[in-house]
Every structure is written in C-alpha cells, then in structure tokens.
Design a protein around this ligand. Sequence first.
Ligand SMILES: [Zn+2]
Length: 429
Amino acid sequence: MMAALDGNLPVRAAAIGDLIMGLARISEPDRPYTRRAFTPLFLEGRAFLAAAFRAAGLETRIDAAGNLIGRRRGKKAGLGTIMLGSHSDTVPEGGRFDGIAGVAAALAVARALEENGVRLDHDLEIVDFLAEEVSIFGVSCIGSRGMAGVLPDGWLSRQAGELTLRQGIIEAGGDPSRLAVSKRTDIRAFLELHIEQGPVLEAERCDIGLVTAIAGITRVEIVVEGRADHAGTTPMGRRIDALAAAARLVTGVETIARRLSDGPTHFTATVGEFSIEPNAANVVPSRARLLIDARAEDRARMDSFLDAVRALVGAVMAETGAEIAAPKVISDNPPTPSDLILIDALDTACMQLGAKRRRMASGAGHDAAWMARITRSAMIFVACRDGRSHAPDEWADTDDITLGAAVLYEAVRRLDKTLQEIGTDGTYS
Ligand SMILES: [Zn+2]
C-alpha cells in the first residue's frame, strides 16, 4: 500500500527515518537502546533533537518543566497553539521507536508545512516531553504533568542518589520555581502519534489506530493471612495455607478479567507482583501479598471488576479459612477519553489519504492523558512488528510512521480552521 501512497504524501519519509536512526545512535553502547531521562546521554539526544528542530525553522526553547519545544508562528496572533509531540527518553534496554516515532512524525509535519509553503493561522508547537517513562525518580510523565500544572509539589524533592528531581529538571534546562505559574492555557489541541506497543494493527493490516481513550489504571493490593505450620507434620485438613488461598485469587482474577475483556471496550487485569512468607520449603505459607494492575477504557467496567474481586475474596475466605483483608486500592486513575473533534479530524485525514484505520483504546499510559487536563487531546497509533515494545527488537516501518505523520499533517490543517469555527468554549482554560 505504501509504494502507491508514498509519492503523494505531504511529508517525507527520509527525514523521519534519519531522525529516528540518528537518535538511536545516541544510546548506551553496551545496552541498546538506553537513553534514560536525567542522564548525560539524554541531554546529548536533546541537543541532537534541538538542532533538528532549528534546522526545520522552529524557534526552540525549554519550558519550565524541562520540555523541549519548537515553535512555528501562525498568521493570527492570539488564536492559540496546536501542539504535536511525544517523548525521546527510553526505558532501560528499550526500543528506537517508543515516543521517538511521535517526535519524528511531529517534526516532519512542521518541516512539511515549511516546505509546502503552508502557514497556519494557529501557532504550531512540536514538543519532546521530559521523562515520560518511569524515570530514575520512580515516577513518569514529568514534563506533561508539569505543562498541565499537575506535577505534585512533593515530587520535586524526590531523590535518585545525590540528584533531586528539582535539580534534574534544572539540568534539563527547565525552571521548577516557575512551575506553579507556567501551566499552559493557550493550547487549543494536542495530538500524539505513538507506536501501538501491541499486536492488533499488524494482525488486522491496519495503517492507523484512532485512539478512543487511554485506559484508566487501578492498582489493588490483597494480603492473605494463613498460619505457618510444619509442612511435614500438619495434616492437609488442618492447615491454613496462605499461598493456596492466594492462588485461588490469582486464577479468579484472571477468570473475571477474561469475562470483562470479552466486550467492545478495552479491559485487562494482571497480577504482576506476588510474594509469600516465609517462602521456605518445609513451612506452610503464612502470608501472601499480590498486586493487581487493572486497566479499563470505561469506569463502569472497572467498578464491576472491583465488585467481582470483593466477592471473590469473600468466597476464597469461606472456602480456605484464610484471613483476607478487604482489597486495598493503592492507586486509581480514571480513563481519559479522546476529544471527539480531534478524532473526527484524524478520521477524515485517514479517509483523505486512503489509510485503513480502526478505533481502539490505549492500554498504556501516555503524555496525551495529562495534556487532556488542559486541552483537547487525542492520539493515533501506528503498527509495530509483533507488538514488541520496551525491548531492543521493537520495530516500526518508516513508511508506516510517515503515513501517520501525513495523517497528523492533514488533521492539523483541518483543525486550524475547525478550531476557529467552534471558538474557545472555555472548557479547558
Ligand atoms: Zn512512549
């Protein structure tokens, strides 16, 4: 399909491929592809990106939260900003495309507008958010939370060795003392392209995923108390085995999650952390702890999951005699639906370009979820090979990213007009 389309696309593939491979070279040599936020390598990658931003004719700066921003002025001052972007930091031994594809695609849009002699009415900004991945400070999405004015105060004094997050943001060129007053109110729309990090688009031979929502994430801890006894002398009928009870919870959670995922909206639940005590061969386990990560596109489904887990706990207690405290919700972030006007513009752009698209939710968190706090926000996905991500063999074809960039380009041109027609409804400022 690409061969037919490529010649007619408004953005150029070569520059996208060059930017991605250029950044890939700035990686820990023994641990490809590692460029974690708050390291000298990250700043080297940033310098490379800033040079590419300037070469595309963008005015380049770092904002208070340490985000790299390139700006292209619009014709009508005061209309506000359309923003495109993603992140350039990686997880340890991550890939070349997670985040980076979105920055490259955004920059390709700015470059194409320049080359095609198109001047928007709105200002256009390309952003590389600081530290989207869980960083050395143990938290994620620092730049986008900062831009949205929702970076928790206490986080700035978090430490990684000698370094505080406050100092880390300063070293990235930001100014944490201005965070409280630098929340953006001028952004009219934010669009992010990202690799899917899952197998669906490739399997369905789809070009573009229109992201309907970023799933909410709820983490639930369950602690099971049994009784430590001699594993050889305590008869099977007279023991309270915390692990045997916890195992029923794990399989029960999986059964509930399979049922809830069998529907039109996204749902997953995973027991990803598990520990037992005393964890010794000849002792009946006295205690087990498990942590559930549950993700839902709609709140009602999450609520039915939590109800079902509570019922499961009651049943396992009755069956095993173990003491199980009520499931404890450790964190609970609601789902973020995409803005319908933006999805409509992206959908129309796909149609215009002949791109095959499908609607889907994002099971992973993204900067776009934080941007949704201050503006209309939406995402598109492009396919990645075998759904692999957060690993060195993560791969997305330049042609697929280029088609995604073309979708952004056409959507931005459309939104430049549409957003003026609907005006500022005040919802986000
Ligand atoms: Zn990412």
